[in-house]
Design a protein around this ligand. Sequence first.
Ligand SMILES: [Zn+2]
Length: 705
Amino acid sequence: MKKTILLALSSIVLIACNNPKSTNKTVERENPILQEWDTPFGLPPFDKIQSEDYLPAYKIALAEHQADIDAIINNTEAPTFKNTIEGIEFAGKNLTKISSLLSCVEAANTDSILKATKKELAPITSAHYDNIMLNEDLFAKVKAVYDQKETLNLTPIESYLLEEKYKDFTKSGINLGAEDKEKLKEINGKLAELTLQYGNNLLDETNSFEYHTTDSTDLGNLPTSLKALAKEEATKRGHESGWSFTVQRPSINPFLQSSPNRKARKILYDAYAQRANNDNDKDNKKIIKEIVSLRIDKAKLLGFKNHASRVLQNNMAEKPENVLAFMDKMWPFALAKAKEEKAAMNKIFQADGNEGDIQGHDWRYYVEKVRKERYNFDEEETRPYFEVSAVTKGVFELANKLFGMTFVKRTDLPIWHPEQEVFEVNNRDGSHCGIMYLDFFARDSKRGGAWMNSIRKQSNVDGMIHPVVTTNYNYPAPTENSPSLLSYREAETLFHEFGHAIHGLLSNVKYRSLSGTAVPRDFVEFPSQVMENWMGEPEVLQLFAKHYKTGEVIPEALIKKLKDANSFNGGFGTVEYMAAAYLDMYWHTLEAPTEMGVNEFEAKKLTELGLIDVIQPRYRSTYFSHIFSGGYSAGYYSYQWSEVLDADCFNAFKETGNLFDPAVAKRYQEMMSKGGSEKGMKLYTDFRGQEPDIKWLLEKKGFIE
Ligand SMILES: [Zn+2]
């Protein structure tokens, strides 16, 4: 096997030498990504890696992977579980390593080189995997092992790996005729390019917009720390004075909540809602139609009636009908609640001297007003209690109480950006558990939102490979005068991403492809969302929610007000989210491309749903990157599906009268340790003793008493 790898390597070097730009680099400097990572915990040597290193390293790793696969195909021995199934699992060690690394860095700290790298690699990678997954000789070997599975005496996890590998092939179209296989390859290649283009358009549109003002009354009661940030933004964009706001969430949301200037609110609100929908070269409408149409073609080729049916076959939900039936159960409760909230806000809106009905760009402003008037609650009052490092300590303490984990800050480990923090994580018995990176602040090189991913996944074949995880956020950066102070929601996001990180860190599975967060889409948000439940409990808040100046613990009365006030806007939040989840299902249950334009289709479907026009879907089609450039197509419903699980799971703790009940925590840890090595519903029922009940979610949201 070694020989083939060397051959592959030398052919790549030749290719590099033909390229005049890279000749010097190839000669002068060895690529640090490909050298042994001689670092503590085998972490990537971020301090040595440059953006231009990824492309050549990745190409070499692809060739190595191909060589490993070729060796399996060309092996003259009879196919066995070891030489075929494990062979595929272990093939391309460098590719596994590099592709995880590249996805992490490209999402959190991109530049023009990394963007170009990703763009160049997207179609190559897709073709590479198609070549493997559509290779009939390889599939024949897998099938030979699969067909004798009853007589092989496999352990449960080996059987599960065999099932999964077999499915990987059949769902990629291995049973297609030669012509259809070519068609599928072509579709996959086009989709890879289009989805990337969609994401780039959105990033450019998001970064290019600014609202600049020199009128301080526009700022309303915007907190000082955010005013300072807006001032910095203005300076950065070349203004001599004033404040600049962008359509990035940490900038636009506080502005919409605080600014009394209706016109300004409308400008920002509309700009946000119109992203990549502007009839210019960053317009995503045409791309959406192409993606939807190609996804239908692909589903049909593979024997499904639509994209959603194809995607959902491996989920807990199994088919689109189940998803829609589940959402249809929730929707009337949520919509009724949102209408109640609108009526309450209309009164205040009109009492404020406005005519007509409250509009989308007014909603957040008047939510804050209603909260203040009805609950005497100002979200900004809580910010000083959620200083980012205090919240981080809070999640660490929670993990310690539940699972005995400890976190030691390290300043000697390589990082990809100076703002990144890194912690060594240990188990209850003091043994090493893994490494966790945290990257908190918004910047242009980072994509929006918050997410967790794995730099290295856990596995345990010839000894334990410990996980390395990263969580990423877009929090307001500290300024000269103030640390980074989070809103309640932003703090909750930290608990959320930390829940994903725990899922990765607690993993204890033999095979990498089944470890950690490698679970169905509608299970994966459960371990993250369940963590948010703890944060909402007064006894947990008291552990960490301390005033950043005085150290005073958040007053109980403020917690009570916050909870009452938060449940007030629950209808809006659920409707906003569900409208997007429905939109996802509407696009992906189409059985033929629609004649309608993107905006027309969206408007028609949402009107039929009964969405009130003061609420926009959380994502409209042109900036719904989860489903058109991320991996969440026909899967955005999953957050709510997982919410059913998390509400039910948290109730398991509450029923004992102890939020940290050791026996329940132990069963939870056991469930997390299994990663994706068993079916989601089985993992859950093993933990709970029964299937989850939807009533805990309806009750939690205040939709039923
Ligand atoms: Zn999540």
